[in-house]
Design a protein around this ligand. Structure first.
Ligand code: 5AD
Ligand code: SF4
Length: 491
């Protein structure tokens, strides 16, 4: 098991190179294995039992939950949303920020009395937190009522771990610290019948200094294009309208395969008949190629929405984050994108309070927001993650300053989002009708190409279809609209 200890000052470049070398498989070493060949068939040991998976974090985790639900239902388990009814409770966790971890430990703590009353209750923890040694230690010391802990590289072992757990009272820790393989033909129980997630790549080689992902998800591994395309064709045949290609760093897709890149994959996906929207996430500004921009511009079924995490508007902070680009290079990329895709909508991720961030450097982030005019942004206070290089930098921004910066950033972004949304009032947009609205079943939730939610009063029969709506009211995060019969003018 690899550990990353915080032992005094190590030059960031040395540490990254060391970590990178330890994680990187050589080309050709990676293999592709079939789930049926590696997973133990444990039969229907879940017959008559119920499961509940609590999912935290990114879309990758949401999709892993669909895969694990598929495995559990093959074993006979049925889903439940009621904690007290569950025979197996699984936490699929995120390690990106500390508060998400605290929440999971809080939940697990509350299960202790339940487990004491019902020793047959199984409790599991998987996902990124499981990859952290400090987390495993804490489970061992403070939460021994957890039955199984497994990591991001061996999700396929869930059936056999559950089977083993029935024969022991000890916590089973089965966490692999890396994997050179991609696993195909995993069972999947997709939550949605209209939109689907498709993994194209696992892991991250970038080692941004604040980020724990390269340690929890390992080195980049790409699925073979033929496997991805087969999955896309199956989804189209099943009537799915929209897919999102998932990877921690999709721009790097294919580097480990050698003969294909993300631009190629996007183009192949766009040509799959029947898929009306192909989205992707997440792409790093570092190596966002012209080929990708041209492909997005060329195909109508690749929406002109790009999530392009900037993280900061200050070149000095970006250098300390080891993002691989300067403010000027980022803005130059944004200009190239806007020139070739004039109707593009951009969204971003920003971290405030990174070690050493001065007020002036923070103001450069504010000015970046004004200059790019993002449609939306996910904004976070820096959270030190044990073992990441940034923890060696003095964390000298006060809590007060961090909170104040987040508040000011939110205010700027909210104003810009509302201004952009207001400019859409009266316009007719093509939307995909996704579902009933979460808060009001009389209203439908629909989504534009640009990934904006439009609430519309219309018949539920339209769910799964593309319709045209006129925007009647703009809010900061969503739009209200009405159904219209007229055609959307060609762009
Ligand atoms: N602290 C705060 N935010 C973080 N992110 C990643 N690591 C950290 C951290 N240590 C944010 C980045 C990333 C998003 C998924 O989470 O903005 O793009
Ligand atoms: Fe983390 Fe993304 Fe950087 Fe990879 S590219 S280290 S996932 S922030």
């Amino acid at each position: 098991m690899s550990t990353f200890k915080n032992e005094g000052f190590i030059h960031i470049d040395d540490l990254d190179q060391h970590a990178l070398d330890a994680h990187r498989p050589t080309i050709g070493e990676r293999n592709r294995v079939d789930y049926r060949a590696v997973a133990k068939d444990v039969g229907r040991i879940g017959e008559g039992k119920k499961y509940l998976i609590r999912t935290h974090g990114c879309q990758m985790n949401e999709h892993d939950t669909e895969i694990m639900s598929g495995m559990l239902e093959e074993m006979g388990y049925q889903p439940t949303a009621v904690l007290e009814d569950a025979d197996f409770v699984l936490y699929n966790t995120c390690a990106v920020r500390e508060n998400a971890e605290d929440k999971v430990f809080g939940h697990i703590g509350t299960l202790k009395p339940m487990k004491a009353k019902n020793p047959n209750l199984m409790i599991g923890l998987c996902g990124c937190m499981a990859q952290e040694e400090v987390v495993r230690q804490k489970i061992q010391e403070k939460h021994p009522h957890v039955d199984i802990v497994f990591g991001t590289h061996n999700v396929h072992m869930l059936p056999e771990l559950l089977e083993q757990a029935h024969h022991t009272k000890e916590t089973i820790f089965e966490v692999w610290d890396k994997s050179d393989a991609t696993i195909e033909n995993l069972p999947k129980l997709r939550k949605d019948k209209i939109r689907a997630w498709v993994n194209i790549q696992y892991g991250c080689n970038k080692f941004c200094t604040y980020c724990i992902v390269p340690f929890t998800r390992g080195a980049e591994r790409s699925r073979l294009p033929e496997d991805i395309l087969a999955e896309l064709r199956d989804l189209a045949a099943e009537g799915y309208k929209e897919v999102t290609l998932l990877g921690q760093n999709v721009n790097d897709y294919g580097i480990d395969l050698g003969n294909v890149d993300f631009g190629d994959l996007l183009e192949m996906a766009a040509k799959v008949e029947g898929l009306e929207r192909i989205r992707f996430t997440t792409s790093n500004p570092w190596n966002f190629t012209d080929k990708m921009i041209d492909t997005i511009a060329k195909y109508d079924n690749i929406p002109s929405h790009i999530h392009l995490p900037a993280q900061s508007g200050s070149s000095a902070v970006l250098r300390r984050m080891k993002r691989g680009y300067t403010r000027e290079e980022y803005l130059e990329l944004v200009n190239r994108i806007k020139t070739k895709i004039p109707d593009v909508t951009l969204t971003t991720d920003i971290i405030v309070g990174f070690p050493g961030e001065t007020e002036e450097q923070f103001q450069e982030t504010l000015s970046l927001m004004e200059e790019v005019r993002y449609d939306g942004a996910y904004m976070f206070i820096y959270s030190p993650r044990a073992g990441t290089p940034a923890t060696r930098l003095p964390d000298d921004v006060t809590d007060e300053a961090k909170k104040d910066r987040l508040k000011r950033l939110n205010e700027v972004q909210d104003r810009i989002s509302l201004e952009i949304n207001k400019s859409l009032e009266g316009k007719v947009l093509r939307v995909l009708v996704e579902s009933e609205s979460k808060n009001n079943p009389d209203v439908l939730q629909t989504r534009t190409d640009s990934n904006k939610i439009v609430h519309v009063r219309a018949s539920k029969d339209l769910i799964g279809q593309f319709v045209n709506v006129r925007v009647t009211e703009a809010k900061t995060w969503t739009l209200n609209g009405e159904l219209v019969s007229e055609e959307v003018p060609a762009v």
